[in-house]
Design a binder for this molecule. Sequence first.
Ligand code: 13P
Length: 251
Amino acid sequence: MRKCFVAGNWKMNGTIDESVALAKGVVAGLTGSEKADVAVCPPFLAIPAVRDVLAGTAVRLGAQDVFYEGNGAFTGEISTDMLRDAGVSFALVGHSERRHVIGETDAIVRRKLDALIAAGMDVILCVGEKIEEREAGKTEAVLDTQTRAGLTGLTREQLAKVTIAYEPVWAIGTGKVATTEQAQAAHKFIRDLVASMFDQAAADALRIQYGGSVKADNAAELMAQPDVDGALVGGAALKADSFLGIIAGAR
Ligand code: 13P
């Protein structure tokens, strides 16, 4: 398996022109010999313009979220049809900011995941514990609940559409990266859980990305862990150079 999938989640940042410039910077900086699959998740409004920049390149275009219903009376939402029409091939679901700022539940996250899979799209399912949960020794319980809620009942073919991003909430945007031991332990816990829910082959084929204060100077060490298959990058993806530095560190 080509293990390393680096996705840049630009979150709610930048003008359309700035997104285009950032995408151009990423494309221009790739040599073609990267050992990572690369994707970017611009804000919705910048997606069509970024699609044009990425056309003919290997960089994939993702969305930061999606709504779970088909087109209809859902004011303000974006459907899988709309994303596909705009050239998007995957979306994040359950990002910690959606769970903990917007208030999305596991049930909502699951409906979004199901909608993407039904539309033939790929999914990055984000899971991760808050600091108080880690300090209370509940990290594995949180990961168990979120992972089971996201994956229970999927077929193996459907599971193959899913990447998991382990993003400890306390590491997101804080500069406080998980230690390699913390990241590896959480990723192994998730992979073993998926093996118990499906089988070992399905678990081995599952990509599990780490997210939370990934930077060029800590990425290589994190991605060298046996169960860390890539990175979901926020802040450091807002400058092409630092994102390219993370990609260059992928082995
Ligand atoms: P930071 O890289 O800014 O910590 O954000 C991580 C993240 O939330 C990626 O989705």
